[in-house]
Design a protein around this ligand. Structure first.
Ligand code: TMP
Ligand code: MG
Length: 209
């Protein structure tokens, strides 16, 4: 492949239900890749530190009610407001790991009953991840973990619906990993998979190629 492809950073996305271990594992992956001498940035979506993110945070903490389509578009806009920075980082050789991305956007809104195809549209054209690590944990196991139940969406029945939607939208770039194992084994499995990825040209999400 061309030097441009060889030198670009990778976009690695962690997805999964609430409390599946995404934050812990994305942090551990970042540390491991840094140790290997790579440039790495760790992001999360929603990014609650922007003005749009502040509105999203109010919604998630139930201080604000919004129409389902309105909040869906805000989640997407919260990704688009960071895209130019994301592309700049990837092109300059920094690997970006994100804790959630457009797949959460689609799965959570579709689980409310919004049409799947409608849900995908606002995120069409975002940079396509080189890999999606999906941490699979049963909603029942997630519910037993610390902190579950505080925010909107953290209800076992709803999480079951979200899981169904995630399984509808997965594609060949997904690696589904059993998250119900100890932190260190899980990390090793993820790390090995990431190291096995081939460098490819950056594509765009959900565009026909
Ligand atoms: P977090 O717990 O990872 O901070 O995410 C907050 C919640 O927002 C979580 O329940 C998933 C949900 N979510 C969406 O509904 N749409 C989105 O686009 C994203 C990124 C998250
Ligand atoms: Mg959460």
């Amino acid at each position: 492949s061309s030097p441009l492809i060889e030198n670009r950073g990778q976009l690695i996305v962690f997805e999964g239900l609430d409390k599946s271990g995404k934050s812990t594992q994305s942090q551990k992956l970042k540390e491991a890749l840094l140790k290997d001498g790579q440039f790495v940035d760790l992001w999360s979506f929603p990014d609650r530190n922007t003005k749009l993110g502040d509105v999203i945070d109010s919604y998630l903490n139930k201080r604000l009610e919004l129409d389902d389509r309105s909040i869906h578009l805000l989640f997407s806009a919260n990704r688009w407001e960071k895209v130019s920075k994301l592309i700049k980082l990837l092109e300059s050789g920094t690997t970006v790991i994100t804790d959630r991305y457009a797949f959460s956007g689609v799965a959570y809104s579709a689980a409310k009953g919004l049409p799947l195809e409608w849900c995908k549209q606002p995120d069409v054209g975002l940079p396509k991840p080189d890999c999606v690590i999906f941490l699979q944990l049963s909603p029942e196991a997630g519910a037993k973990r610390n902190g579950f139940g505080e925010e909107r969406y953290e209800k076992t029945q709803f999480q079951n619906k979200v899981l169904e939607q995630f399984m509808q939208i997965k594609d060949e770039s997904w690696k589904i990993i059993n998250a119900d194992q100890n932190m260190e084994d899980l990390h090793q499995e993820i790390y090995k998979h990431i190291k096995s990825l081939k460098k490819e040209e950056l594509k765009r999400l959900w565009e026909k190629d």
